[in-house]
Design a protein around this ligand. Structure first.
Ligand code: FES
Ligand code: FE2
Length: 384
């Protein structure tokens, strides 16, 4: 993040601290509980948000070498992402052209991809290489029986995929993010980060509730009073929209010491947590010492369930026991706070919505990021 933006944001934080205020929406907003519990609405969200938009799938460090691959099922489509011989990222539907089996499982490195069912093999560019007992497949043209390609891009260290083989093949991530957010994400140097771990988390709540919980610090002093509340300024955040995407700045208590220092010395990252929503489903968190992503997906046909990947990335290589121990403790603390405090509260809300116990929910003026996110989802899905 450039110095100019850092100083402008810190000035806003200090002005709020002096006035006892926070960034505020013009008015209270309401959202229908059906947005979290309706089957028909979920189907529309899936068709629009999880088929048409580029979704963040990880950082480039997860696929460093030609032949490195990873698979991904949570979008509802089996996806295989590979770094090709030419160094470029490719994505494919992870379903064999023979009878549809998964060609690859998990992650790893392969020179070629061999389907584990009958052994059809594919090159890293998805083209079909070999058919065992090929004479039994007369008229099956190898040139037209490759893996189905998906639009994919590597952009400033992030890997993106559109989970729809019918979508236009080229994706423009800079245009998707907009110039300002694109430049800001580029400034973090994500291409230089190192992957620590990705965890799969399944919860009994609508996928948007997992995102909502990151979008206001109003709850910190109450829900997290025993854990992270003492680290943060109470009920104070900055909110800025970038189209449907957004950024929140959550100031830590440690920045009190900065008020007396000259502006040139202000270090925003050291004293604030930055939370971005990369629309539609990725919460991208810049912490003092690492970045983490929460990539949240609905479960088809089940509005009250979701699955997500939590990914942890560190700026330095994680190649010693002491570094691994450090990141294990760091990740466990994050998971304990979110999965043992936030998500149980969200599951309680979901239980109420499923039961028809509330017709709507209220977003306060002190929850502007939350209102913006939910408004963006509604607008995009309703317009499609
Ligand atoms: S399903 Fe892949 S080789 Fe048969
Ligand atoms: Fe929380």
């Amino acid at each position: 993040m450039n110095r100019h933006t850092q100083i402008a944001l810190m000035r806003r934080v200090f002005a709020h601290l002096r006035a006892g205020t926070t960034d505020s929406a013009a008015s209270v907003e309401r959202n229908a509980a059906a947005a979290y519990a309706g089957h028909e609405w979920l189907a529309r969200e899936q068709a629009v948000l999880f088929r048409r938009y580029p979704l963040a799938m990880g950082l480039a460090c997860q696929l460093r070498q030609p032949g490195d691959f990873m698979t991904h099922d949570l979008s509802g489509l089996p996806i295989l992402i590979v770094r090709g011989e030419d160094g470029r990222i490719g994505a494919f539907v992870n379903a064999c052209a023979h009878r549809g089996a998964r060609v690859a499982h998990g992650s790893g490195n392969r020179r070629k991809l061999a389907c584990p069912y009958h052994g059809w093999t594919y090159r890293l560019d998805g083209s079909l290489r070999g058919i065992p007992d090929e004479r039994s497949f007369p008229g099956v043209d190898k040139c037209t029986h490759g893996l189905r390609p998906l639009p994919a891009a590597e952009h400033d260290g992030l890997i993106w995929v559109v989970p729809d083989p019918e979508a236009p093949p080229a994706i423009d991530i800079a245009a998707h993010l907009g110039a300002e957010l694109d430049a800001e994400l580029a400034s973090f140097g994500l291409a230089g980060y190192h992957h620590y771990e990705t965890r799969l988390i399944n919860r009994a709540m609508n996928w948007k509730l997992a995102i909502d919980t990151f979008l206001e610090p109003y709850h910190l002093a109450v829900l997290h009073r025993q854990t992270v509340a003492p680290l943060f300024q109470a009920n104070l955040c900055l909110f800025d929209a970038f189209g449907p995407h957004l950024r929140e700045v959550l100031p830590r208590r440690s920045l009190d010491a900065l008020a007396a220092q000259p502006e040139e010395q202000w270090d925003l990252i050291a004293h604030n947590t930055l939370v971005y929503v990369l629309f539609p489903n990725t919460v991208f968190v810049v912490q003092v010492d690492h970045v983490e992503t929460w990539r949240v997906f609905p479960v088809p046909g089940r509005p009250g369930e979701c699955a997500m990947h939590l990914d942890f990335y560190a700026p330095d290589p994680i190649d010693t026991d002491s570094a691994r121990g450090h990141w294990a403790r760091n990740m466990d603390l994050t998971i304990r706070t979110v999965c043992e405090e936030d998500f149980p509260a969200c599951e309680g809300m979901q239980f109420a919505f499923n039961a028809g116990a509330r017709s709507d929910v209220v977003y306060g003026c002190n929850e502007p990021a939350l209102a913006h996110y939910q408004r963006s989802v509604r607008a995009v899905v309703a317009a499609a």
